[in-house]
Design a protein around this ligand. Structure first.
Ligand code: GRG
Ligand code: ZN
Length: 329
């Protein structure tokens, strides 16, 4: 029988179980991105109201042990530092309320050193550029209250240059529009106070065309629906104040059908095996849609609103002001 509700207790039990089972297949294949895996699991638990079930001391020790001399964080102990994992590390420590246990100012220096003359960010010392890294840099700095450490105007110019004729954004200028990159570019531009540069109606038309007859969302035309786009697409629509442009209850129906009713967890598609990544993004999508009993999530920083409210410098995102050019009423 198709599920008609989010199985919140089962998902919390699933996330706890897989995060503790170092013998599992999922644990082995996610070794290189453990830091982000910890962020997905912890965020899911926070939204589900089950954060206390996690071992905060052990997680904090892990994060601290992944910080390098240069200030950046690796995806796991002794792995090279990268912006992707530096953002995840900052997010995890904020979720745990333990930011003071890492060297935040060194992390800021690491991020700032990765900005290039055109405003873009390299992901690490090897120099790959991608609009995802612009988002990681700006989000981490915004969470740390240190946007002053980089040239935010140039950063926005680079992200704006990744915009396509269809209103969407790609990884680099001219790169194909993809919902994942759109989330990053909308988030980066919003944090940079440059959301007014987004072609809002054109982009939101493209985004709402991502909904398929199943109710699920895909990430670009001609592709299959996948639960993680309940985050990449929906967060962008939410940040642009156009959440009502898709059918929220049909999308929730799709997410519910991707749940494992026995073991808990959410899969990418109905009948597939669940994983922590899709469990987080499925739960986060339901949170954006206002599902009863879930904590709310900030669509730009991808952090619980409650946590954002505790930060003195990075007020949770509020769309009305963000969508206007700065200085206008
Ligand atoms: C803090 C939430 C958060 C994110 C950090 C890493 C990052 C910033 C964002 C990633 C954005 C992105 C590119 C997401 C897409 C992930 C994905 C499902 C890729 C799959 O691409 P394809 O081509 O799949 O394999 P499709 O669905 O197009 O067939
Ligand atoms: Zn997916």
């Amino acid at each position: 029988m198709a599920e008609v509700a989010l199985l919140t207790a089962k998902h919390a039990a699933y996330v706890k179980r897989v995060s503790e089972d170092s013998e599992s297949y999922e644990y082995a294949v996610s070794e290189h991105l453990r830091m982000s895996g910890v962020y997905w699991g912890l965020s899911a638990m926070y939204l589900l109201g089950a954060l206390d079930a996690m071992d905060a001391d052990m997680i904090a020790r892990f994060v601290v042990s992944c910080q390098h001399e240069c200030g950046g964080f690796g995806g796991n102990v002794d792995h090279d530092p990268h912006l992707l994992y530096t953002l995840s590390a900052v997010q995890v420590m904020l979720l745990l309320g333990r930011l003071e246990q890492i060297d935040a100012q060194r992390a800021v220096a690491y991020i700032a050193a990765l900005q290039r003359d055109d405003g873009s960010f390299a992901g690490d010392e090897w120099g790959e550029v991608d609009s995802r890294f612009s988002y990681c840099a700006l989000n981490a700095l915004s969470l740390l209250g240190r946007l002053d450490a980089v040239d935010v105007g140039r950063a926005a110019n680079f992200v704006a240059s990744c915009q396509n004729f269809d209103g969407g954004y790609g990884a680099t200028p001219g790169g194909e529009s993809h919902a994942g990159q759109i989330f990053c570019c909308v988030g980066a531009l919003t944090i940079a106070s440059a959301a007014h540069r987004i072609d809002r109606d054109l982009l939101c038309s493209w985004l709402c065309e991502r909904q398929l007859p199943s109710g699920g969302l895909n990430g670009r035309p001609e592709k299959l629906a996948d639960v993680c786009y309940s985050w990449w697409v929906l967060s962008s629509l939410s940040a642009l104040d156009r959440l009502s442009w898709i059918d929220g209850s049909a999308l929730m129906g799709f997410i519910f059908r991707c749940q494992d009713a026995e073991g808990g967890g959410i899969a990418d598609k109905p009948e597939d095996v669940p994983d922590v990544f899709h469990t987080f993004f499925g739960v986060a999508g339901c949170s954006l849609l206002g599902y009863d009993g879930l904590k709310r999530i900030d669509p730009v920083h991808a952090m619980p609103v409650e946590v954002m409210e505790r930060l003195p410098h990075a007020a949770p995102w509020g769309h009305a002001a963000a969508l206007r050019p700065s200085g206008s009423a």
